[in-house]
Design a protein around this ligand. Structure first.
Ligand SMILES: [Zn+2]
Ligand SMILES: [Zn+2]
Ligand SMILES: [Zn+2]
Length: 252
């Protein structure tokens, strides 16, 4: 399994518009973070988690030529606004791209992108997609995917587990039942925005507590704000924990 970090930034992205802080002005490319998303290549399938705001640029940078399915964590702007750029993939194959999420996520996407699902004149260049609500383990091709229900503040959203990989972003709390779905991980990718606590996201100490509990072999932080400098924070983390950055590729 190959995982490409397409984007590792929080909702604003880094640099933040108009910000002159050290991280936003940094020359270290690992401090340049587009909105969070990953591409998973497994069993000849290309699975995307979320279509971030910069999805088109991310797809060009990673050289993506096909997408077999999209798994949505939730319908916040930073995770969905690249949705329209899925159209090139359906145009190329003539096949609808299935996209998965919990009931609220799918219902909200049908609203936010209502033009996609309305019958309009032919030739409009809309993405051909198929919404699918999931509330338990499902399969894409031969690949087994388990949604991991987590809380983003009060909002119930999904992380996903595929084999020994789990991707959980925009999470402030995990129910016990979800912790049980996260044992024996080789890689945990976790949204961690800053050192200070936050009402709807995980901060560094909470993340390290979770890591100590789940004991994945490797943990990568994503969805990072401009409050964390890559080199500085990375050097303070335990050996099995590191900050991800745009373009990072790992194999599992
Ligand atoms: Zn987000
Ligand atoms: Zn800044
Ligand atoms: Zn969110």
């Amino acid at each position: 399994m190959k995982v490409t970090f397409l984007g590792t930034g929080t909702s604003h992205g880094v640099p933040v518009i108009g910000c002159d802080c050290e991280v936003c002005q940094s020359k270290d490319p690992r401090n340049h973070r587009t909105r969070s998303s990953i591409l998973i290549e497994v069993s000849n399938l290309h699975l995307l988690i979320d279509t971030a705001t910069e999805f088109r640029l991310q797809a060009l940078r990673a050289g993506i030529t096909k997408i077999d399915a999209v798994l949505y964590t939730h319908c916040h702007a930073d995770h969905v606004f690249g949705f329209d750029d899925l159209r090139i993939f359906s145009q190329r194959t003539g096949q609808a791209v299935p996209f998965y999420g919990n009931y609220d996520t799918i219902a909200e996407m049908l609203q936010v992108f209502s033009y996609v699902f309305r019958r309009t004149q032919v030739g409009g260049g809309k993405p051909l997609v198929e919404p699918i609500i999931v509330d338990g383990t499902f399969h894409v091709g031969g690949v087994t995917i388990t949604p991991i229900p987590v809380y983003h503040g009060n909002l119930p959203i999904y992380g996903y587990r595929i084999g020994d990989l789990a991707y959980i972003t925009d999470c402030s709390r995990l129910p016990q039942s979800s912790l049980r779905l996260l044992t024996g991980l080789k890689v945990l990718i976790l949204g961690v925005i800053r050192y200070e606590p936050h009402p709807s996201h995980m901060h560094v100490d909470a993340a390290l507590e979770l890591v100590a509990r789940l004991k994945p072999e490797q943990t990568y932080f994503t969805h990072i704000t401009h409050l964390l400098d890559h080199e500085e924070v990375n050097s303070k983390m335990p050996q099995s924990v590191s900050l991800a950055y745009d373009g990072l590729i790992i194999t599992i």
